[in-house]
Ligand binder design. Structure first.
Ligand code: MTE
Length: 363
C-alpha cells in the first residue's frame, strides 16, 4: 500500500502537500472509484482532527449561529447519499503544458477526477436552522490546513453562491463509499459541492460562514480563477480581474489504450470517461484513430445521475505505425468540446476541456 492508503501505482506528484492521481487504466470501467484509487489534491499538510473535540461553527449573516458536534450533525438532520464525480480544475493540465510551459503547477494527467458516494446532511438543512439574514449571498467554507503556497500563507478556504449552497445535492459529508471519510479526504467532515470544481469541496471543514460577498481566501480570490489573457495571474486576480471558476464544464479523457503504448494492429478496445457538468448528461462521444480525419461513435453508459461521469467504449481498427487516437464529446445541450488546447491555454493551466489525444505505436 502506498502513501495515505493509496494503491502503489498512483502517480505521486508531491508527497507533502500530498498530490496523487491513479493510472488511467485504474479509472477505466469503474463507475465508483475505490478509495485507494481516488485522486487527492492538497495545498498544505494533511491535518489531524480529534473527532471528539472537533466542532463545526455556522456563523456570519445568520440569526441563529450554530456550534455543532459530529453527533449533532448525525442526529439533527436526515442524512442522505449523493454520487458525485469530483474533478480538479487542473485535471488534464499536461494537455496545456504541451502548448506552453506552466511553471509551479502540478502536472495532472487525466486522473485528477474520481467518483464517490458521499453520505452526510444537506447544507441547506443546516442553513435553514441557522436562518440566513437579508443580504446573505455567499457561503464560505474554512479549514485548518495552512497552505505555504498561498500569498500570504493561510488556511485553505473557498465559497459558493448561496443559491448553490441551498441546492439539495450539496452535502456536509462524513462518509465516502460506505466507510468513514479517510483523513486525506477531509475527515471528520468535508463539503461536497457536486458539479463544481473540486476546489470548492473544502475538506477538514470547521466553519461555514454566510456572507454578502465571496470568500476572500486566497484559493477563492486569487487561485482557481481564469486570469485575463496576457496578464500575471496573481496581480490580475488581486485587481479583481479574471473569472472565478465554479461550475464544471464538459470534459472527457481516453483511458485505454495507455498513452505511449505499443500494440498489435487491428481491432482494439478504446475506453474512457466523459463528464457533462452543469447538471447535463453526455449525449455522444466520437473517437478517431487518425487524428480526427474519420470518426466512430462510441457507446456511452447511461447517466447514473446529473453529477457523475459516464463511461464510453468502442473498438477501433488500428493501422500499422504511429497512431493518434482522438475523442470528442457532446453534452445534452449540444455543446461540443473545443478541439485545440492552444485556445484554452491559461497561465495557471485550468479547465483543459480540449479533445484528448493518445499516441500509440501499432505493429
Ligand atoms: N480542502 C482543503 N481544506 N484543503 C485543500 O487543499 N483541495 C481542494 C478540495 N478541498 C483542498 C480542499 C481541491 S483543489 C480539490 S480538487 C479537492 O479538495 C480534492 O479532493 P480529494 O483530495 O478528496 O480528492
Amino acid at each position: 500500500m502506498g502513501l495515505w492508503g493509496k494503491r502503489d501505482d498512483m502517480t505521486v506528484h508531491e508527497r507533502d502537500p500530498f498530490n496523487a492521481e491513479p493510472p488511467r487504466s485504474a479509472l477505466a470501467d469503474a463507475h465508483l472509484t475505490p478509495v485507494d484509487t481516488f485522486y487527492s489534491r492538497n495545498h498544505g499538510s494533511v491535518p489531524a482532527a480529534d473527532p471528539a473535540r472537533w466542532r463545526l461553527e455556522v456563523d456570519g449573516l445568520v440569526d441563529h449561529p450554530l456550534t455543532l458536534t459530529l453527533d449533532d450533525l448525525r442526529t439533527r438532520w436526515k442524512p442522505t447519499d449523493v454520487e458525485v464525480t469530483l474533478e480538479c480544475a487542473g485535471n488534464r493540465r499536461t494537455g496545456l503544458t504541451e502548448v506552453r510551459d506552466i511553471p509551479g503547477e502540478t502536472p495532472w494527467g487525466p486522473g485528477a477526477i474520481s467518483t464517490g458516494r458521499f453520505h452526510g446532511v444537506r447544507l441547506a438543512d443546516v442553513l435553514a436552522d441557522a436562518r440566513p439574514r437579508p443580504g446573505a449571498a455567499h457561503v464560505a467554507f474554512a479549514a485548518p490546513d495552512v497552505s505555504p503556497l498561498a500569498r500570504p500563507p493561510q488556511p485553505y478556504g473557498g465559497s459558493v453562491p448561496l443559491a448553490k449552497a441551498l441546492a439539495p445535492e450539496v452535502l456536509l459529508a462524513w462518509s465516502m463509499n460506505g466507510a468513514p471519510l479517510p483523513r486525506v479526504h477531509g475527515a471528520p467532515l468535508r463539503a461536497v459541492v457536486p458539479g463544481w470544481i473540486g476546489a470548492r469541496s473544502v475538506k477538514w471543514l470547521t466553519r461555514v460562514t454566510v456572507r454578502g460577498t465571496p470568500s476572500d481566501n486566497y484559493f477563492q480570490a486569487v487561485a482557481y480563477r481564469l486570469p485575463p489573457t496576457g496578464t500575471d495571474p496573481v496581480t490580475a486576480a488581486l485587481d479583481g480581474g479574471g473569472l472565478p471558476l465554479g461550475p464544471l464544464t464538459l470534459n472527457c479523457a481516453i483511458l485505454r489504450p495507455d498513452d505511449g503504448a505499443r500494440l498489435p494492429c487491428g481491432p482494439t478496445p478504446v475506453t474512457g470517461y466523459a463528464l457533462a457538468g452543469q447538471g447535463r448528461t453526455v449525449a455522444r462521444v466520437d473517437v478517431s484513430h487518425d487524428s480526427g480525419g474519420t470518426w466512430r461513435r462510441a457507446d456511452v453508459s447511461a447517466a447514473a445521475g446529473p453529477w457523475v461521469w459516464q463511461q464510453w467504449r468502442t473498438t477501433l481498427d488500428l493501422p500499422h505505425g504511429d497512431v493518434e487516437i482522438v475523442a470528442r464529446a457532446w453534452d445534452s445541450a449540444g455543446t461540443v468540446m473545443p478541439e485545440s488546447p492552444g485556445r484554452l491555454w491559461n497561465p495557471k493551466g485550468y479547465t483543459n476541456t480540449s479533445w484528448p489525444r493518445t499516441r500509440v505505436r501499432c505493429g
